[in-house]
Design a protein around this ligand. Structure first.
Ligand code: MN
Length: 204
């Protein structure tokens, strides 16, 4: 069976930017729901897929997964992967990029404010449910991009370094329709060490 990551913090530890009830429902119901649907679909139709890494299955979907379950595996599988990265992108403490991380931000965006503005604009411009990502391409170039539903830029050849969930279930209880306020709060609490770690393991 596929699995999801353990929540890397206690729900109450991130209450400055996400309320405890939202974290509990999000991790235990939404994230878990995608995982359960993925596992049931694979178990009932093609259990041999469990021997592979989930991301490998998703990026090689047409050749590995039977056509009749490709859509279910794609949608639920990427929602599992995206939520894993979302939880890892967050820090319980207010945080600021290291000098090494900041140099990358300055190189590709100009400064931290411009970078945050790009994330906010992409998040606000995404109609309906989706995700906003910081990605790195094969040449090491960083970009901000948004996707719909469960889509992930890895399918376009770019590796996500951080992501923010912009489905309404991620913020509605506390922020209602104010997605911009949710984004502004989350941007103060990013796990920059993890972001840089992913960059370094991608760009070798
Ligand atoms: Mn979500």
């Amino acid at each position: 069976m596929f699995s999801k990551i353990d929540l890397p913090f206690k729900p109450e530890d991130v209450s400055e930017f996400m309320d405890t009830e939202t974290v509990n429902i999000h991790y235990n119901k939404h994230h878990q729901g995608y995982l359960d649907k993925l596992n049931i679909t694979v178990l009932e139709n093609q259990p041999e897929l469990f021997q592979y890494d989930l991301l490998e299955v998703l990026t090689r979907l047409p050749s590995m997964v039977r056509p009749e379950i490709q859509m279910a595996v794609y949608n639920n599988g990427f929602q599992v992967v995206n939520h894993n990265m979302f939880w890892e992108s967050l820090s319980p403490n207010e945080s600021y990029p290291s000098i090494e991380m900041m140099n990358l931000i300055v190189k590709y965006f100009g400064n931290l404010d411009i970078f945050f503005t790009q994330i906010t604009e992409k998040a606000m411009g995404q109609f309906g449910s989706g995700w906003v990502f910081l990605t790195v391409d094969n040449s090491g170039r960083l970009s901000v991009e948004s996707t719909s539903n469960g889509d992930n830029p890895i399918m376009l050849g770019r590796t996500p370094m951080l992501t923010i969930d912009i489905w309404e279930h991620a913020y509605y209880l506390r922020y209602q329709n104010r997605r911009n306020e949710f984004i502004a709060q989350v941007l103060k609490f990013l796990n920059w060490e993890r972001v840089l770690e992913i960059y370094k393991s991608t760009i070798k």
